[in-house]
Design a protein around this ligand. Sequence first.
Ligand code: AMP
Length: 125
Amino acid sequence: MPIDATQPYDDSNIFARILRGELPSTTVYEDDHALAFHDINPQAPLHILVIPKGPYVSWDDFSERGSDIEIAGFVRAVGKVARDHGLVAPGYRLLANVGIDSHQEVPHLHVHIFAGKQLGPMLAR
Ligand code: AMP
């Protein structure tokens, strides 16, 4: 079910539970601002999710309420994860779903990193 990204943050969501160590994840990177782990249902040969450590529902929420330090730290973390996986030369795709029309399912901001094959043109069907 897609979530309504205008709702307040609900800290019972799956990614909040991963951040608290209540659920496992296959972590590939962690720093003060971000956690990155493999998507449980990969849509590409490499499919990593990067989430901020703070309580933000979506990119919209984060870009409005996140501090400059949190935003800089998160954006740098996304780039570092991609670089550390050798993705710059072959290329990769970033995606952040926001709300109902995008079918965002988890109400904690996450950026998808897709890579590992030629992903083709982006289709917004
Ligand atoms: P979105 O539709 O943008 O909200 O994407 C949510 C993503 O979270 C999906 O790609 C799911 O496969 C992924 N996901 C859900 N639960 C987990 C989990 N426990 N560990 C890793 N990825 C998850």
